[in-house]
Write a protein that binds this ligand. Structure first.
Ligand SMILES: NC(=O)c1ccc[n+]([C@@H]2O[C@H](COP(=O)([O-])OP(=O)(O)OC[C@H]3O[C@@H](n4cnc5c(N)ncnc54)[C@H](O)[C@@H]3O)[C@@H](O)[C@H]2O)c1
Length: 256
């Protein structure tokens, strides 16, 4: 077991990639805190983990709200005493060009996707330093290879790569590793939201698969197993890295 008796906090753990990370970490022996603004989704993840005989606690959290994150930290320490890994998966995606994006939409997306990682990292860092723990954040291939009509989202995902590297060099000497993952299209909430606003969602989904060298979109579990690797001692010399898990999406256009 790669995470036996460790405590892992997963933001956005109520759905998609975050839920898959929470479940995989629990399978590897970790105690889990599921932090999500969607209470129902978080408690569903909690039930799935508990049904498999592992420890999990759902904690309703808005990662963009400092007092909500402070309360998450308090509950984590109350419940498990320590924290060894923070997996930041919470995000939203505004599918618009800059011209069409309102100032409120821009600010909200920044506050959740980047501000949430800032706040959770800031408030968990004292505990991560004590445990010589680590941070794994979900960026995206869109952090360096952009697509149309999601300008603000792409900006947040690029910011996460910068923030990851900056935190890695600031806190490496304190024993804290910081990495991020850059997935291609994954069959979960944000990609599905994008497909649903296209004229023909099924066609858009099929075409998205063909953008990947492997000719398919990925599964949440395929991202989660990389998150487990990064959160575990197997990655003891890995920090400041943006781990690409994209089925070859960023390598170029595959043959039709
Ligand atoms: N699905 C993809 O194709 C894909 C590709 C690349 C990167 N990613 C990244 O992976 C992560 C997860 O994506 P997903 O597809 O699983 O999305 P999802 O929508 O299934 O899950 C996101 C979760 O974040 C939660 N959330 C939203 N706002 C929040 C807030 N303010 N506070 C706390 N929780 C909040 C939602 O309730 C939801 O449970 C995101 O960071 C996303 O950018 C996804």
């Amino acid at each position: 077991m790669k995470l036996q008796n460790r405590t892992v906090v997963v933001t956005g753990g109520g759905s998609g990639i975050g839920r898959a990370c929470a479940i995989k970490c629990a399978e590897e022996g970790a105690n889990i805190i599921i932090a999500d603004i969607n209470e129902e989704g978080a408690s569903e993840t909690e039930k799935l983990i508990q049904a498999a005989g592992r420890n999990a606690l759902a904690c309703k959290t808005d990662v963009s709200d400092p007092s909500s994150v402070a309360s998450l930290v308090e509950k984590t320490i109350q419940q498990y005493g320590k924290v060894h890994a923070l997996i930041n998966s919470a995000a939203i995606q505004v599918n618009k060009t800059v011209e069409d994006t309102s100032f409120e939409e821009w600010n909200r997306q920044m506050a959740i996707n980047v501000g949430g990682i800032f706040l959770c990292s800031k408030l968990f860092l004292p505990h991560l330093k004590a445990s010589r723990g680590n941070i794994v954040s979900l960026s995206s291939v869109n952090g360096f290879f952009v697509e149309p009509a999601c300008a603000g989202y792409c900006a947040t995902k690029a910011a996460i790569i910068g923030l990851t590297k900056a935190m890695a060099i600031d806190h490496g000497h304190e024993g804290v590793r910081v990495n991020c993952i850059c997935p291609g299209y994954i069959d979960t909430g944000l990609a599905e939201g994008y497909f649903q606003i296209q004229a023909d969602p099924a066609k858009a989904r099929a075409e998205a698969g063909k953008l990947h060298a492997l000719w398919r979109i990925g599964k949440a579990e395929e991202v989660a197993q990389v998150a487990v690797f990064l959160a575990s001692d197997d990655a003891s010399f890995v920090t400041g890295s943006a781990y690409v898990v994209d089925g070859g999406f960023g390598s170029g256009m595959p043959p039709k």
